[in-house]
Design a protein around this ligand. Structure first.
Ligand code: UD1
Length: 417
């Protein structure tokens, strides 16, 4: 089990480059199932989740060639349309194979993801939408079994805004006969990036990034090249690390527009944030100020940044209120932050954080991906040494994190035991 040892209290200063977005790469890798030709992707982050997805696709017969940050996928000769439980249980995004498989091959058997650490996370909307497009979908021994002839375009209204749900249904509709309209669609930049990639493959999609996406189905898609969009959550996490250490950090290779809600909150907390076309700089002088945060779908404040902001709130001047509205169990970092001296009271889905002057280093345990980032950020600000255990959570979504932090002057070391 690997751990991160962090000696806190150093200002982070310097420049790093953003990696490609995990949450864009995962659906886009699945889009390779929609064509018999090569899909060439660049800016693909080297992450545990990406490696898991590539293994899952290879298991289905997709040919994968990886060279640096580029991956070429070819699904010309598929041997299986099954996504087994062993993959889905380690990575829920495996459900993103469901719709492309049904759309192109007329059948798929994908394990149900089940609940996860942060909540129940059902996939009923994916299934409801796929049925609306004409597929027969049954649940059999923990698997989603779907069959269809050519899917038929339909008007789909999802009950809530769902990111992977929108992505999955987009990938079903691109090969359906006729027009599909997805209402209440997720507007996340990763949905837009998938739509851009699908369009390069010959799909006809309008409205991605708005709540209504219209798709005119085509008979087949072709090969394409696409560069994965920058990871706004990774960028936001480094900006939080800069803010909490009262540092001065530039992140290049990013899309500042995708981080507007995050930037506004950082400014409210007293940070100076300057942005260019593809870079952001955060400077913080003095103690952060308390804030009120409510997580909502994009373009609102992202749930994937909630834990990291709580680490700043833990040392902010005043009382912050952080309300989580997307997932029902996303405060697991709270007891760990308390071990470092944070004062947090949970009131329903709101965490009331009374900022303390200083956190103290401690041994803490990562519980999920963003919770681990929160603990790293807190440890960077804390006095003395911390160890963050169960690093595999962090490795799912942050590429070379300790290397990037070290480039900014942090005292961080990975311990392999
Ligand atoms: C994606 C992101 C994740 C992020 C989340 C919210 C990926 C791979 N993961 O997860 O990092 O935290 O968006 O921004 O992109 N829901 C249902 N039924 C469904 C689908 C969703 O009830 O069929 C509920 C979920 O339980 C949750 C809410 O809708 O409460 C939003 O979930 P969703 O947007 O689907 O999250 P993911 O796509 O799984």
């Amino acid at each position: 089990m690997q751990k991160l040892k962090i000696r806190g209290g150093r200002r982070l200063v310097g420049e790093i480059r953003a990696s490609g977005a995990k949450n864009a790469a995962l659906p886009i890798l699945c889009a390779s199932l929609l064509t018999a030709q090569d899909l060439r992707l660049t800016n693909v982050p080297d992450l545990a989740d990406v490696r898991t997805m590539l293994k899952l696709l290879e298991g289905m017969g997709v040919k994968v060639v990886r060279e640096g940050d580029a991956v070429v996928l070819n699904a010309g000769a598929l041997t299986s349309t099954v996504a087994p439980y062993e993959f889905v249980k380690t990575m829920r995004a495996s459900i993103l194979t469901l719709c492309p498989l049904v759309a192109r091959f007329g059948s798929a058997r994908v394990s149900l993801p089940g609940g996860c650490a942060i909540g129940a996370r059902p996939v009923d909307q994916h299934i409801k939408g796929l049925r609306a497009l004409g597929a027969t979908v049954e649940i059999d021994h923990g698997y989603v079994d779907a069959t269809a002839g050519r899917l038929k375009g339909a008007r789909i209204f999802t009950d809530m805004v769902t990111v992977t749900g929108t992505e999955n249904l987009m990938m079903a509709a691109v090969l359906a006969e006729g027009k599909t309209i997805i209402e209440n669609a997720a507007r996340e930049p990763e949905v837009v990036d998938l739509a851009e990639c699908l369009s390069r493959m010959g799909a006809r999609i309008t409205g991605a990034g708005s709540p209504t996406i219209e798709i005119e189905g085509v008979e087949s898609l072709h090969g394409a090249e696409h560069a994965i969009v920058a990871d706004r959550i990774e960028v936001g996490s480094y900006l939080c690390a800069a803010a909490v250490t009262q540092g001065d950090v530039i992140v290049t290779g990013c899309v500042p527009h995708d981080l507007e809600a995050v930037t506004m909150k950082l400014r409210e907390m007293g940070a100076e944030v300057v942005t260019g076309e593809d870079w952001m700089r955060l400077r913080m002088t003095g103690r952060p100020k308390a804030v009120k945060i409510r997580t909502v779908p994009h373009p609102g404040f992202p749930t994937d940044m909630q834990a990291q902001f709580m680490a700043i709130a833990a040392v902010a001047d005043g009382v912050s209120e952080i309300t989580e509205t997307i997932f029902e169990n996303r405060f697991m970092h709270v007891p760990e932050l308390e071990r470092m001296g944070a004062h947090i009271r949970i009131n329903g889905n709101t965490a009331v954080v009374s900022g303390v002057e200083e956190l103290e280093g401690a041994s803490v345990m990562a519980t999920d991906l963003r919770a681990s980032a929160s603990l790293v950020i807190a440890a960077l600000a804390a006095q003395g040494e911390s160890t963050v255990d169960r690093l595999y959570h962090l490795d799912r979504g942050y590429e070379r994190m300790e290397e990037k932090l070290r480039a900014l002057g942090a005292d961080v070391e990975r311990i392999r035991s």
